[in-house]
Structures are given as structure tokens and as C-alpha cells.
Design a protein around this ligand. Structure first.
Ligand code: MN
Length: 298
């Protein structure tokens, strides 16, 4: 299927993270919970700020997912309870596998004045839900120039290139950037569902303009997509095999039952060693919100 029958444009919403850094949240939304295993997508910036007033997200836990940061402009320092401290610079990825449990912080360096990034979460499959936590920094990703577009393969395979980023379900992610107006038809996998988010500039998809306040999502069955980028534009294309298990996502946790999320919340509140500590952060850690009543399926 190459027509527009199974794609739709869904609205994004505004949110604040850390110490009041504004972001736009694309996933999850009422209209769409996941694209493959991608279960969370925040777009931060592009934004400029005074030195010392950048991103500051204090210690907080994660379980059952991988956090995936794609840096477009500016720098952020990641620190975690495994002892990793890693600055991420433009065109690099930080991948933190929470698995059974981890704590981390994300803080702009004191001299930083810019940020443009996408942070996504990847749900771990049942078989890997409780794997040991890990952190990996990927300073170099495969890049290909074709049709006046620059493709950076962030996850999975695309245009014959393979990303080194380790994931646990069939998944892909590609950054597509232009300097001049450029158009192409992308070959897609019909067994994947897809999402497209505009990161800067302008784009139309199959002839329909996608705004900054929207995300394109598709069901499976799509074999190609025609995209036209304006000058100095950038989009994020994500895709994956439909996730096999219904997930529960609450606060910073992904699980399968409300009981396991509630247990993780209590363990965080009680400083359980499951999550460890970030030792280089001067401020307070983040407290979990009150646990709600959750439905046992998405
Ligand atoms: Mn986090």
C-alpha cells in the first residue's frame, strides 16, 4: 500500500521536564500509545537559554525500558547509578537500558546555552524486561547522503546501513536532514508501523504538510512514503514491528502489571538498592507521584 489510507496525523502536547524545560510530547498520546517498541517520544527545543538555566533533571529511576537520546544541538551530561558520567554532543546517541532498575540524571553543562534533542523510550520485550541495567554511548552513527538528503541511521537497518545501537525487538529510527529543498520516496517495511516527527524546518508527506504540532503515524501495510523537506529541515522517522505485549507505562516505569509498577514505586520511595544512587548530583532526587488506579492493558 502506498497511498495515504493508513497514515494519520495526530496532535502533540506540551509538557515540562526537569526544572521547567518545555518539551513537546508525541508519544504516548490518546491517539497512539506506541510505534513498534517506541513507547515515549519527547522533542526538546531547538531552544537557547542563559548559561546555568538549561536542562536539569534530578535523580529518577527507570524500569522495563531503554532511554534513547538523540542529540541535535547543544550538550547534556548523563550520570547514572552504575557510575557512568557521559557528555552527549550533537549527532550522538546515549542509550540507557534500565531493565530491572537504574537511576540517572540529565543536566546541561554550566556553560551550555543551547539544546535540541529527541528523547525516546523503547519498551523491553517480556524476555528482556528484567535484564541487568546498562549504559552505552554511541559517538558515531552510520550516515548516507542520497537525493540531497542526509540520512543518519539511529536504530536498525536503513538504506543498506546498520546502526550499532543494541535493541531487543525489530525496530528502526532514522534522522533525515536537508540543506536545500529535497524530495524522495522511502521504501518501508510493510510489517512495521511507522511514525514521522518534524524536528525543524518543514516537511510534507505524500503531499500533505506535517506541522510542528503534529506527528504522522501509520499502521502496518505501508510499503513506501514520499517526503518533501524544505530548506534546512529535519525529520525523525521511527518504525518497528507492532509490540507483542500490552504494556503499562506509568511515570518512569514500563511493566506489565500495576502491581509491579506499584512495587517499583515503593522501592524507590524506600531507597531500595534496586535503583542505586547518582552520587555527583547536588540537588534532591525526584519523588514519585501518587500511584493511580491503572487498567491492566493499554
Ligand atoms: Mn530518565
Amino acid at each position: 500500500m502506498s497511498n495515504t489510507a493508513n497514515i494519520e496525523f495526530i496532535p502533540l502536547r506540551q509538557a515540562l521536564i526537569g526544572r521547567d524545560t518545555p518539551i513537546v510530547r508525541a508519544l504516548p498520546s490518546r491517539q497512539r500509545k506506541m510505534v513498534g517498541a517506541w513507547c515515549f517520544l519527547d522533542h526538546a527545543g531547538p531552544v537557547s537559554f542563559a548559561a546555568g538555566e538549561g536542562l536539569d533533571v534530578g535523580p529518577h529511576p527507570h524500569i522495563g525500558l531503554q532511554t534513547f537520546t538523540w542529540m541535535i544541538d547543544g550538550t547534556v551530561i548523563h550520570s547514572d547509578s552504575l557510575g557512568n558520567e557521559q557528555i552527549i554532543s550533537p549527532h550522538q546517541i546515549n542509550l540507557m537500558t534500565a531493565g530491572h532498575g537504574i537511576t540517572h540524571t540529565e543536566v546541561a553543562p554550566a556553560t551550555e546555552t543551547r539544546m535540541h534533542a529527541a528523547q525516546l523510550w523503547i519498551a523491553l520485550p517480556d524476555s528482556h524486561l528484567h535484564i541487568p541495567p546498562a549504559f552505552e554511548h554511541y559517538p558515531n552513527l552510520p550516515v548516507k547522503d542520497q537525493d540531497n538528503l542526509t540520512y543518519t541511521v539511529l536504530v536498525g537497518d536503513f538504506l543498506g546501513l546498520t546502526s550499532p545501537v543494541q535493541v531487543y525487538t525489530p525496530l528502526m529510527g532514522v534522522d533525515i536532514a536537508s540543506t536545500t529543498t529535497a524530495s524522495t520516496t522511502l521504501a518501508l517495511r510493510p510489517d512495521f508501523e511507522y511514525g514521522v516527527l518534524l524536528l525543524e524546518g518543514s516537511v510534507s508527506i505524500n503531499g500533505q504538510e506535517l506541522g510542528m504540532e503534529q506527528m504522522m503515524v501509520s499502521a502496518t501495510g505501508l510499503s513506501e512514503l514520499t517526503i518533501a523537506l524544505g530548506d534546512n529541515s529535519r525529520v525523525l522517522l521511527i518504525g518497528g514491528e507492532p509490540f507483542k505485549s500490552p504494556i503499562l507505562l506509568w511515570w518512569n516505569f514500563v511493566g506489565r502489571t500495576s502491581e509491579e509498577l506499584k512495587t517499583a514505586r515503593e522501592q524507590w520511595a524506600n531507597h531500595d538498592p534496586r535503583f542505586g544512587d547518582v552520587t555527583n548530583y547536588p540537588g534532591e532526587r525526584l519523588e514519585a507521584p501518587t500511584f493511580p488506579h491503572l487498567k491492566e492493558s493499554q
